[in-house]
Design a protein around this ligand. Sequence first.
Ligand code: CO
Length: 145
Amino acid sequence: MKKIFGVLFCLMAGQAAANDCNVTIEATDSMKYNMAEINVPASCGDVTLTLKHVGSLPRNVMGHNWVLTKAADATAVQNASMAAGLANEYVPAGSPKVLAATKVIGGGQVDTITFNVADLKGQDLSFFCSFPGHWAIMKGKLTVS
Ligand code: CO
């Protein structure tokens, strides 16, 4: 009996920790994310982020991605995204300013990425959709505590 409780406790503890390190963010046909702030503990190490497009418009019309940069780098990455184009997921290829990025997805699609936050603790971080024109509205802050 003791053993069973021990196993249950481990499963529950593991699940709680995993949930803190798993983030799901939704994006809509009306050009919005469903959250403007994401908080994750640095102790996660790797964070898994899932972007869900809950609308129905195709990715070339109302595509959304989720891009993470230092706040100070956001404008430079946004300005470079147009030149990168949809073929490059609206992300400048190989840019060290891009800390993490999903693909550009359309309605009904999902993309999941994993990135490490151990070195991002306490930094001023921005997330946004880099589809041209979207980042003015589709943006928020990631806090690694
Ligand atoms: Co978008």
